[in-house]
Design a protein around this ligand. Sequence first.
Ligand SMILES: [Cu+2]
Length: 614
Amino acid sequence: MLECTLIFGLVRWAVPIDKSGNTATFTTRGYNGQLPGPHIKVSPGDRVKLHLVNDLEPSDEYDPMITTCETKEHSQYGAPNGTNLHIHGLFDGVFADNTFACVEGGQKKTYTYDIDPRTGSALHWIHPHVDGSSFMQLYGGAAGIFEIVDPKLEECSGLGQLPATNLIVQYMRFTDSNGALEDALSNSVIYGGANPKTARSMLPLNLESTTEVGGGDGAIPDVFLVNGQLAPTLSIASNGFGRVKIVNAVADASGVLSFGFTGAAKQTCKLHVLAYDGIFISGKPRLQRSALIPSGGKIEVMVSCSKPGKYTLQTVPVYLDNGKTEWMDLIPSGKELLHVDVSGPPTPQGLHEHSFMTNGLPGPPAYYTSLIGKKPDSKHHFKIMLSDGDGENVINNVKFGDEGSMPGYAMASTGAPNSPVQQWKIDGGEPSDPDKAANHMANNHHPYHQHFQHFQIMRVSNTLWDTPSGAVAGYHSASPAPGDWLDTIPTLPILNYTVAMVPRFRGLMMIHCHVLKHEDAGMMTLTDTTSTAVKTHDGPTCEQTHTKESLCTDESSKSIGRCDKSNEGEWCENSMKCVCGLRTYGRNILFSSSAEEECSCQPPAWTEASCAMY
Ligand SMILES: [Cu+2]
């Protein structure tokens, strides 16, 4: 079993603001005294215990006007020192991923997660999720990578041979020229206090050395942080391939990360998409000129360059509607994400030598079987609209906490024991500024995110390109394609989606805008997947770990059978045993809970995992 302690508290951090070594120092809130928080690395089948220790003072210790975990209200900023943990992207239900908890300053909570043995390798991340303080805490830097690595999948797919790096992107704005922080600042959060531990300021706070770095006028440039620093370097061989996993942990509205090679590097270097939101795409790596993920999104790409040299992956613009519309809600262009140092003679092993090129990528885990072509029944056809014509922080015209959005609201129930296919239309409801629309520019995006499980894209209404002229022969667009599985997608009135899923967990699944400022202010709702009795968790069934069967075949993986009460204690595949035990589920997690028996294949001894601090 892996145990990690996450201490949520004050972090004093120096961030580089240029390449000459100038830094800006500030105090903020984060995990374990560092920015970003620790990188937690686990394997499928692990049981992971995360001890969350809130090292701050209670929210109202010095000011009774400040709301606390107890007194905060829905859809308002509050409980500035209250926190909790959310593993963004993890395939697990509300019992493990309890984002309703609020851990007040001075308190602790242990979160226990069982990583589904069928998960494979997946990139997720951790951030606080208290309704009211999630924006300020993520904006301040409380985020960390949560990575699941499946050694068997890595070896058999050939992906494990590639040099790899993980990047977590944060974007610090120390000045408020665009008003991004204004609402959160004025609505609930009070500046100052001599003791930074008790100051309830918006973040970052207590910025030091402003005159040195800002030329005397106090203006600090925006800082684009990759793993808490400036862009790192990945070394690869000529014609060799590097694997890059990226988390977009930017909390802000203008946080869409669009990136690619630019200028001459575009001719020499290639970018292939391997996975979105921790789920491998099906088929072979997808060649693109640029790739895009919204705030909260994750992507895995492969980079390669045909000649020795130093190249840079950086942020680039995006055009919609085949060049007619420029999307403005992005991290500005030209921010450096990764340096790629290509040296040595060309690698003898070209792309086509790798088994993932011959056999295809591993594809989604077995619990995400493709829903393409499956008809949803009419009762499970829903429309979800983020924001509205007035730009309010609502979903389907309701603020979280108002009537119609509270626990028990059955927006989509599983309905029948055979788990019908849900088909949802996800819309961005906030119209573009008319001036911008006249100039073919789009704005005001709201990234849709749901907890517990991913959804599969059936249809996308628009296409994203890295040039105004649109498609370039041989390259895929920057949009995810129908068939891809994601947990976070950017929406605009002109960029919406039809998605499908089969609910896999009982409970109240949270849906919200991943611009957390909008979420704290009410752009959140709950989906009740408990209203009719239905088998929870879909198994586990001791089946192939991934849909792609070409990965590895060995004799031990052939003992495939179900794991339920009837074969408790027997061996599943891959040296795992069928274990049964009580597991509680919150029918309505605010008021009651129930327990029921559940069986799953688990390693007889927990596998090695690491909780690296760097
Ligand atoms: Cu939003």
